[in-house]
Design a protein around this ligand. Structure first.
Ligand code: RB5
Length: 146
């Protein structure tokens, strides 16, 4: 499974930590930036990761900024994206099981490295449960047309 990852300047170290964690766990990683010493406004990196996911170049995406909020709001503007900003492992698991989230967001100023790894693990290990949740996700997807 291939995961696209991205971050703004507030989350370079956290991104490096999550990248190493994903590679160690056996995932293929497409790091869309940014690196140390670079700067980017968060909507731009969120857009990059979101397009990578909707265009099926990666299976899922993970985007980090200071809070996770800016990148999640931005990614959700792209048709077909269901980005969840999660600061705890339970919400991360539920965002896959119930909401079929295809992008996970969190913030370097909110979660530390170890909690972030638990959030990522819970998110990636969880599977969409379908059934009644499918109807609701389809209703979310219809909102893309409004
Ligand atoms: C950048 O300082 C900060 O605004 C950004 O990383 C993020 O927290 C926005 O939601």
């Amino acid at each position: 499974m291939k995961i696209a990852i991205g971050n703004d300047h507030a989350a370079v170290e956290l991104k490096n930590c999550i990248k190493a964690y994903l590679l160690e766990a056996g995932y293929e990683v497409d790091d869309l930036g940014i690196g140390e010493g670079e700067k980017i406004d968060y909507p731009l990196i969120a857009e990059k990761v979101a397009l990578e996911v909707v265009n099926k170049h990666s299976d899922l995406g993970i985007v980090m900024c200071g809070t996770g909020i800016g990148v999640s709001i931005s990614a959700n503007k792209i048709k077909g994206i269901r980005a969840a900003c999660c600061s705890d492992p339970y919400s991360a698991k539920m965002s896959r099981e119930h909401n079929d989230a295809n992008i996970l967001c969190f913030g370097s100023r909110v979660v530390g490295d170890e909690l972030a790894k638990m959030i990522v693990k819970n998110w990636l290990d969880a599977k969409f449960l379908g059934e009644r949740h499918l109807r609701r996700v389809e209703l979310i997807n219809k909102l893309d047309e409004r």
